[in-house]
Design a protein around this ligand. Structure first.
Ligand code: SIN
Ligand code: FE
Length: 289
């Protein structure tokens, strides 16, 4: 499950053998773990170590294409400083992926950066938004049309608090359990969602099945308790890379994490037969994008 590397620098170089290990591990549903890779905040950036800067209505503080949202109570200077902290993390995470997974580098699409300053444990939210329940990632308003969701997480907790996850069953097993309960997409619904600007791009059949799986996993209390799972504790000052579209996960506890999302076309994988897209297509015996 965890493949650990002793890397300490964001611009580390990886040997060919290590690059083979990282890609193989990720494509087999593993998590690559860097217990000694920290993201050090400047003195100025430490002012953002407070949950009060987060808008209580937003899930996270987000940054993309030079825009920042999901925060509150910031002066213009504070806004600029927080933006540059997220931009700096985004840059480091991107450089790091180029080093660890160079085969993916030229195909990556850089998506949103997030900052999560709110304690997860005890946070109240609707079940669909509740990441304390095991799920695979699928975004209701941002269909990704089969592309992989590759994420870099870094625990920047200043008090030494771990980020505690549960990791569930392999994707294939999750899919075989939930797919039989999911109806086909309603013809015309994807065009309507796009027209009404509910989705930012076309919700393909793939996106429909992934989102339904995400929702049904979270809704199923019995599944949450009974599914095979293991706890993983990520220490503060550590970093991990995971493809959250196929690794079933839940975040149970922790505060202050930075995260960078990338999308990757399945054709860039070493073995695309392991992607959620191809697995769902095999089970359903039809093309989904
Ligand atoms: C999630 O992706 O479900 C949450 C992960 C985290 O914030 O640690
Ligand atoms: Fe998630």
């Amino acid at each position: 499950m965890l493949h650990t590397f002793s890397t300490q620098k964001w611009n580390e170089t990886f040997t060919d053998a290590e690059q083979q290990q990282t890609i193989q591990s990720l494509e087999n549903g593993g998590i690559i773990f860097f217990p000694e890779l920290k993201f050090v905040l400047t003195e100025q950036e430490q002012q953002f170590l407070s949950p009060d800067i987060a808008d209580p209505h937003a899930k996270n503080i987000s940054y993309h294409a030079d825009k920042l949202w999901g925060m509150q109570h910031l002066s213009d200077t504070g806004h600029q400083q927080l933006k540059s902290m997220l931009a700096r993390f985004s840059h480091d995470a991107h450089e790091f992926i180029k080093a660890t997974l160079p085969q993916y580098a030229k195909h990556l699409i850089i998506a949103r950066t997030s900052y999560r300053p709110v304690q997860i444990c005890g946070r109240v939210t609707s079940y669909r938004k509740d990441d304390k329940r095991l799920h695979v990632d699928a975004f209701p308003s941002a269909p990704n049309q089969g592309k992989r969701i590759l994420r870099v997480f870094c625990n920047i907790n200043p008090h030494g608090e771990e980020r505690v996850w549960r990791v569930g069953e392999p994707f294939d097993k999750v899919a075989r359990q939930f797919l039989p309960k999911i109806n086909r997409p309603i013809p015309g619904s994807a065009s309507l969602l796009r027209l009404l600007k509910i989705t930012k791009s076309y919700r393909t059949a793939y996106d429909h099945y992934m989102l339904q799986m995400h929702n049904r996993m979270k809704a199923d209390e019995n599944y949450q308790k009974r599914a095979e799972q293991q706890e993983i504790r990520f220490p503060s000052g550590s970093t991990w890379i995971v493809q959250t579209d196929d690794v079933s996960h839940a975040a149970m506890q922790g505060q202050y994490v930075l995260e960078q999302t990338f999308y990757l076309p399945v054709t860039a994988m070493r073995d695309q037969s392991r992607s959620p897209l191809r697995i769902l297509e095999r089970i359903l015996k039809q093309e989904l994008v």
